[in-house]
Design a protein around this ligand. Sequence first.
Ligand SMILES: [Fe+2]
Ligand SMILES: [Fe+2]
Length: 270
Amino acid sequence: MRFDLVSDVHQDIGWRGRPLGTGECDTLVLPGDVGNRVGVTAGVVAALAGKYRDVVFVDGNHEFYSSSGALDRTRDLLADAFPVNVHYLDRGGLFRVGDTAFAGANGWYHFQAPRGGSFGAQSGWWSGRSNDARLVFPGGDPRQALDRWEESKRTLFRQLETARDDPAVEHVVVLTHSVPHPGGLVDGYEPASSGAFYNGLFDEAKDAGGELLDKVRVWCFGHTHHPAFFRDRSLGRDIWFVANPRGYGHERHNPRRNRTIAVDVEGPGY
Ligand SMILES: [Fe+2]
Ligand SMILES: [Fe+2]
C-alpha cells in the first residue's frame, strides 16, 4: 500500500492561499500543523478530503494557537468540521485500509531529548522561549504539555494494541506530529530547545514491550521543518522514519516543499 505524505502545511504562514500540491495515492497522511486557526485547518483539510479517498490526520501544536488553552474544545470543533473521510487519530480510533492500519496522536513533548540536557533545562527553555508556552498552554507550565504527552502516549499505545491483536492487520503506519526518534532531531540549534521538539515515543513503545511495534513499518512525523528519511534497525528489522514538511512560506529546508511524497509501507523509497 502507498500513501501520500505531507506535514506542516502551515497554510496561514506565508503561503497566501496557494494550495498544496497533491499526489496520486488514494490516502493522504497529514501529521499536523495545517493552520493556526480552526477555520484554516478545517478548510484546508476539507479541500484535501475532496481530492483523496481518505485523509489521515493528527493535530499539531499550531492547531491550538487560537484556542486560549481550550484544547479539547478545539478538537471537538475540528472533528465536527471534518468530512467523514477524514480520520482524526487523536480522537482514539485506529484507521484501517486493507491490511494496513494507521495509528497516531500529536505526541507533544516530555522534555527528555537525548542531547538536550536536564529535564529542567529543556522544560525551562520551553517555558521561556516557545510560542506554545504562550499560545497553546497560557502560563507556560510544562506540566500542561507533559499531561498532553501522557494522553498521546495512552492514545497511541491503545491503538497499537488494537492493531497487534487484529489478525487482519499486517502493517502499521504510525503518525505523530512531534519527533519520535533522535534521528529526526536537527543539529545547529540550542541543545535545550530539542525538548520542545521531541516526544521519545519510539523508545517508550520499545520499553513498554508487549510487541507493540511488531507490525510497525513506517513512522511519519513533522514539527521539525527539515525533511527526514532514515531507518532504525534496533528491533532486528527496518522501521522507517519519514518527514516531509512544507514548512512556512519563507523557509527553504525542504527541496520538495509544497509537494506530497508517496511512501510505500513495505519499504519506502521515493
Ligand atoms: Fe510546523
Ligand atoms: Fe509543530
